[in-house]
Design a protein around this ligand. Structure first.
Ligand code: FNR
Length: 381
């Protein structure tokens, strides 16, 4: 904030927006209609998606005075590591398409290296997970798994993630089939899945062994095989398989019901990830922030990660006040990628962090423990 103000006093204005509304508008212009529909779109009439963000407005924080907040500590402990901030970059498939060079996952990884904010790389990256991990530098990275129907392929993706040095396996539970997304369906975005997409999948040795011709020779057939292998239906019994296959901490993404949170903990999940996929999977639901406190309660000592609707630093602080250990930024950093690649994504993350830090300073919360102790109030009128 000081940097921005001081630069402004010298007549140097920020290159990219610091607020979500302007960021979104400019990113949509940069992405064009097809990709905008893909990134911005959600399920049905997008009521749940829109509620995810607007529901933050019916939660409020109460400031405390006469507290020395000249130094703030936003660091967190997770999976045996200390992270300098409580943010992470949520997994976004086809992030690669957000940048002109179609290597948006590499740019997101570089943003992670620049900011210390961990990147959760999606199975559906346009670059191999090994390259993405290397670009994260010293910042630990997490790998998100869309579990394929073929167990050998699932194991191969997990082994590659382990070998590359990822520090957690995030298993997404809510997307064994894609939700009803009118924007995608009406706009026929599927033709964009051509050429050098999904390289994480396409470089996998087990995936390649399923193809008659290499993806470089016949990308359409590779995309078809990818679609055919996508989407294993998971049940709680499958947790034993995940636990037997990897020693990586397992994070279960998509948990919204407290009973599911309890079940996840009982089955040995290392973290519960409360998310409704940004409203992309099911419409007619409840804003995730309205479900967070119950999920936190049900998870006991197991850390809870949160995403869906985070647009600002104050949103992040509210989720932390409700007990999230870490908060996932989704669409906003992809918009940063669209505007300025790695630097654009880093700018978005830093803006959210700067607002969160400043809010903690002004509200008298020097640490995240103070944020949690302060909590939030439901605004009813
Ligand atoms: C996603 N999300 C997602 N989740 C996941 O586990 N694997 C994935 O590959 C993707 N892909 C993806 C693509 C796009 C374009 C979006 C917008 C989202 C969901 C993501 O991790 C996160 O849950 C949401 O982005 C959170 O909602 P907001 O805050 O971005 O609205």
């Amino acid at each position: 904030q000081n940097e921005i103000y001081n630069a402004g006093l010298r007549g140097i204005l920020p290159t990219w927006p610091v607020d979500f509304a302007t960021l979104e508008k400019r990113a949509h212009e940069a992405l064009g209609p097809g990709l905008t529909n893909y990134v911005a779109g959600g399920c049905g009439d997008e009521h749940t998606q829109n509620s995810n963000a607007s529901a933050f407005h019916h939660w409020g924080m109460v400031p405390r005075m006469m507290v020395d907040c000249s130094v703030r500590d936003l660091s967190i402990e997770l999976f045996g590591h200390t992270y300098p901030t409580p943010l992470f970059m949520a997994p976004i498939g086809l992030n690669g398409e957000a940048t002109q060079d179609r290597h948006g996952d590499m740019a997101a990884a570089r943003a992670s290296a620049l900011t210390g904010v961990p990147f959760c790389a999606s199975t559906l990256a346009n670059d191999p997970l090994e390259d993405v991990k290397a670009a994260c530098g010293d910042t630990p990275a997490w790998f998100q798994l869309y579990t394929p129907k073929n167990k050998e392929l699932a194991t191969s993706l997990i082994r590659r993630a382990e070998a590359a040095g990822y520090k957690a396996l995030v298993v997404t539970l809510d997307t064994w089939v894609t939700g009803w997304r009118p924007r995608d369906l009406n706009a026929s975005n599927f033709p964009q899945l051509r050429g050098k997409v999904l390289q994480n999948y396409f470089t996998d040795p087990v995936f390649r062994s399923l193809l008659a011709k290499a993806p470089e020779e016949d990308s359409a057939a590779a995309i078809f095989t990818w679609a055919a292998t996508f989407g294993q239906v998971l049940t709680w019994d499958d947790m034993a398989w995940f636990k037997s296959v990897t020693k990586l901490p397992i994070v279960l993404k998509g948990i919204c019901h407290p009973d599911d949170a309890r079940r996840a903990v009982d089955c040995g999940a290392d973290a519960v990830y409360c998310s409704n996929h940004g409203g992309r999977q099911a419409n007619g639901g409840i804003a995730t922030i309205d479900l967070l406190e119950d999920v936190v309660k049900a998870s006991g000592d197991t850390p809870v990660l949160f995403d869906s609707g985070i647009r600002s630093g104050s949103d992040a602080v509210k989720a932390l006040a409700m007990g999230a250990r870490a908060v996932g930024v989704g669409r906003p950093y992809t918009y940063g990628l669209a505007l300025g690649g790695a630097d654009g994504a880093a700018w978005v993350l830093r803006s959210i962090l700067a607002e969160a830090d400043l809010l903690m300073a002004v509200n008298g919360y020097p640490t995240l423990a103070d944020v949690r102790a302060a909590g939030v109030r439901r605004i009813t009128s």
